[in-house]
Design a protein around this ligand. Structure first.
Ligand SMILES: [Ca+2]
Length: 100
């Protein structure tokens, strides 16, 4: 089957289900994805780049490439099965250098 062309507006990797995520022990690494879009934020949830959507006993990790407003909708990157207490502390993402 032919592989569809990658679009810059399509985050990678595609949505996946993670069944063994443990809050406080495991992390979700979104560093490269954020870096690809030039996103460097101390508060990616507050700025609309990331949403942790708790629904049906699971958590959907959703990415919005242009933050609050803009034209891009949230895209679900992964679903943490059986997890409802994940927070930004469980996500690896680029942060501004506050030491400057
Ligand atoms: Ca947006």
């Amino acid at each position: 089957m032919p592989v569809p062309p990658l679009s810059l507006s399509t985050p990678r990797p595609p949505s996946s289900v993670i069944t063994d995520f443990e809050v406080g022990k495991d992390t979700i690494d979104l560093y490269d994805l954020f870096a690809d879009f030039g996103i460097e934020s101390a508060d990616p949830i507050g700025e609309g780049f990331l949403e942790l959507q708790v629904t049906g006993g699971h958590t959907n990790i959703r990415f919005g490439s242009d933050g609050t407003g803009g034209v891009a909708s949230f895209v679900t990157l992964a679903t943490l099965q059986g997890v409802t207490t994940a927070s930004i502390a469980d996500i690896i993402h680029p942060q501004p250098d506050l030491s400057l």
